[in-house]
Design a protein around this ligand. Structure first.
Ligand code: TAP
Length: 456
């Protein structure tokens, strides 16, 4: 049996040793989920909804336990971790209404009645990254289960603990065995097998663009459905007519939250040139004021990075003679993979820190002249996940929002994610939508049935 030592990124100490599944065990779990699908899909829709509500209640009762587990496994601040566990509860509760509302259509035709059904797909494979272990798992399994699929979920090797607990809570809530299976394991073993096993018709993947591309290529060989939630390099566009104090005070949290390990991080700040200097001076206290420390402390705003490897990756964007650091916050010394909030002034729009996803607490700032240049610069990226627009002009807010090539935009706010609204990327940021009413379409196939009335 292969095992993995889960390490606390704050103390660098072992939290638990987890057994990793093999390719054969993955096949066996898929086969069991396939059998369970035959009954789960036929459940009375009201009962399926009731069980998902009980699962939501079980998560609600375990919020503090799950949150503390995430603090230790992932170094998330306790405030964030409580929100993340609460998000799983809310997503389950939102989709618990879906089984009774998976409406088809009745389409007028000659000679009979034509109706459509939204049929479940079968066993859905969900591959989760380490940056938001709980919410990203929930965004996959809640709508998938609600639509009548069964799920085999692979958490990231680094962060399996909350997913393991969620699977236990599902059983405690009364979900039948093998409807929702969590299988800790390596991406190259369990993840790969989920993608290649022909009994899994759908893969829901969140992670790096490279692995997402490889999964899509392999999925194409089997014509598997995919939802891909990949990286981002989102723009925070600040116009001169905005509430500059508010824009500067909130910008750090739009990129340093979760230590910048967030695909929605607004890691490029674009500021209109006429207010550029003033914005920088307002930004400085906001950056140095970010409280970085032990994630279990209630007042901490930013914890450590997930791993020593991730810290090396992040620092590779900043260390070097050709990088101009404008300002820097603080980070604790000693154990823990901390990295200080850092603001960089790129020399050109070709600099790596301006073009590549850092996935750490590093933000780059550049000025723009006018609205047209702001849009051009915002769109000058392979990615298209999210972004923010700060302006006092509602017409401009809508004009720019319509032109920025990204799936999730916010005006005078940095909000990206609500369980009741769709979330997903344009361009290299992904394919498909999670959350809101749209997610169910990604876990069902439309079936058309014509019934002759014999009078054609
Ligand atoms: P990935 O390698 O993409 O890992 C994401 C998930 O995919 C993990 O569960 C991983 O398993 C699994 N996986 C890896 N190789 C696979 C394969 N060949 N087949 C199937 N599944 C596979 O991301 P990472 O290496 O952890 O992070 C690298 C960079 O990706 C980050 O620095 C960041 O830029 C980006 N990233 C983006 C996101 C989002 S939300 N878009 C999330 C995480 C990372 P293991 O846990 O075993 O590796």
């Amino acid at each position: 049996m292969t095992t993995f030592d889960v390490i606390d990124p704050t103390t660098e100490e072992r939290v638990r040793t987890v057994d990793l599944a093999s390719a054969e065990e993955t096949d066996q779990a898929i086969a069991r989920a396939r059998t369970a699908f035959q009954t789960w899909r036929r459940f009375d829709p009201a009962d399926r909804g009731r069980l998902l509500r009980r699962f939501a209640d079980a998560v609600d009762g375990a919020i503090e336990e799950l949150a503390q587990l995430e603090v230790r496994n992932s170094g998330h601040t306790i405030g964030n971790a409580r929100w993340e566990a609460g998000n799983v509860r809310d997503v389950l509760s939102y989709y618990s209404a879906a089984p009774e509302r998976l409406f088809g259509r009745q389409i007028p035709v000659a000679g009979g009645v034509d109706i459509t059904f939204k049929e479940p797909l079968g066993v859905v494979g969900i591959i989760v990254p380490w940056n938001f272990p709980m919410p990203i798992a929930g965004w996959g399994f809640a709508p998938a289960l609600a639509a009548g699929n069964t799920v085999v979920l692979k958490p990231a090797e680094l962060t399996p603990l909350t997913a393991i607990r969620l699977a236990e809570l599902a059983l405690e809530a009364g979900l039948p065995e093998d409807v929702f299976t969590v299988l800790p394991g390596k991406g190259s073993v369990v993840g790969q097998r989920l993608v290649t096993n022909p009994e899994v018709p759908k893969i829901c993947f969140t992670g790096s663009t490279e692995v997402g591309q490889a999964i899509m290529a392999e999925a194409a060989r089997h014509l598997k459905r995919v939802t891909l939630e990949l990286g981002g390099k989102s723009a925070n566009i600040v116009f001169a007519d905005s509430d500059l104090e508010q824009a500067a005070a909130t910008a750090p949290y739009a990129v340093f939250d979760n230590a910048g390990q967030d695909c929605c991080a607004r890691s490029r700040i674009l500021v209109q040139r006429s207010v550029y200097d003033r914005f920088l001076s307002l930004l400085e206290p906001a950056v140095t004021g970010v409280n970085v420390g032990a994630p279990g402390d209630e007042s901490t705003e930013m914890g450590p990075l997930i791993s020593a490897h991730q810290r090396e990756t992040v620092s590779s964007f900043v260390e070097g003679d050709d990088v101009d650091v404008a300002m820097r916050g603080s980070a604790p010394e000693g154990p823990g993979w901390f990295y200080p909030p850092t603001v960089v002034l790129p020399r050109t729009t070709k600099d790596r820190v301006w073009t590549e996803e850092v996935f750490g607490p590093v933000v780059a700032i550049l000025p723009f002249e006018d609205e047209a240049e702001a849009v051009t610069m915002a769109n000058d990226t392979a990615y298209g996940l999210s972004g923010s627009i700060w302006t006092g002009d509602v017409g401009r807010a809508l004009r720019v929002a319509r032109q920025v090539e990204a799936g999730n935009l916010s005006v005078n706010s940095h909000s990206s994610v609500r369980y009741s609204t769709p979330f997903g990327g344009f361009k290299a940021s992904g394919i498909g939508r999670e959350l809101g009413p749209d997610a169910l379409d990604n876990f069902t196939e439309v079936k058309n049935v014509f019934i002759s009335t014999g009078d054609a």
